[in-house]
Write a protein that binds this ligand. Structure first.
Ligand SMILES: Nc1nc2c(ncn2[C@@H]2O[C@H](COP(=O)(O)OP(=O)(O)OP(=O)(O)O)[C@@H](O)[C@H]2O)c(=O)[nH]1
Ligand SMILES: [Zn+2]
Length: 212
């Protein structure tokens, strides 16, 4: 079954959604190489513009996928009414300010309301939004809101802990700092015990996020 927006670059004529051609993208990378002080025609760099564009295709594949479709297959489940938590989902995304990696972990929980979703689909939803240019706050909100909108559970909780390479490898250069964001909806927002149980489950139970 074809999913909306899952066109390969070949299917879409090698032209991205914005209309910028692959050729223009490669030229832009060549310009950056020159600007940095290198010779783009030297042997080691001659294939680099094409490689960078291919890498960007991977990094930003999330613009061509639809998270709603990913979550469309659900199963009726009335015998289980406790929270479901996927913790420590590896996060790799790119900061929209500097286009450098943000690396970390995502924890996703929800309280089902008669329907559950295949757990891999929750990971796929994280991936779709992560493969876009992001700030951590929007990424956190987008994941939670997509699950809430499609699955309509009693509650959703998303916590992200991540290190921003724009802060570790440049700028203020502070390794070891991580940013923690959370989006708690429904029962996780309204019920303090539910929130505590969730935070304990993901290993944030020392009160650090208790008042988030
Ligand atoms: N809130 C938020 N800020 C982010 C995120 N990723 C990067 N930033 C910040 O975005 C800001 C951009 O600030 P600017 O002053 O425009 O850019 P800059 O001169 O490169 O800033 P410095 O990083 O301080 O050198 C910086 O403070 C970054 O630390 C994010 O996910 N969320
Ligand atoms: Zn940044």
């Amino acid at each position: 079954m074809a999913r909306i927006g899952q066109l390969t670059p070949e299917q879409s004529g090698g032209v991205s959604r914005s209309g910028a051609s692959r050729e223009r993208a490669e030229k832009a990378v060549r310009t950056l190489i020159e600007w940095a002080g290198e010779d783009p025609d030297r042997e080691g760099l001659v294939g680099t513009p094409a490689r960078v564009v291919r890498a960007y295709e991977e990094f930003f594949a999330g613009y061509r996928e639809d998270p709603v479709e990913l979550l469309a297959t659900t199963y009726e489940e009335n015998s289980y009414d406790e929270m479901i938590v996927l913790r420590d989902i590896r996060l790799e995304t790119h900061c929209e300010h500097h286009i450098v990696p943000i690396l970390g972990k995502v924890h996703v929980g929800y309280l089902p309301s008669g329907r559950v979703v295949g757990i891999s689909k929750l990971v796929r939803v994280v991936e779709v939004f992560a493969k876009r240019m992001q700030i951590q706050e929007s990424l956190t909100a987008q994941i939670a809101d997509a699950i809430q909108t499609v699955l309509e559970p009693k509650g959703v909780a998303v916590v992200i802990e991540a290190a921003h390479q724009c802060m570790t490898t440049r700028g203020v250069r502070k390794p070891g700092v991580s940013m923690v964001t959370s989006r708690l909806l429904g029962a996780f927002r309204e019920d303090p015990q539910m929130r505590r149980d969730y935070l304990a489950m993901i290993g944030q139970g020392q009160g650090r996020l208790d008042s988030a």
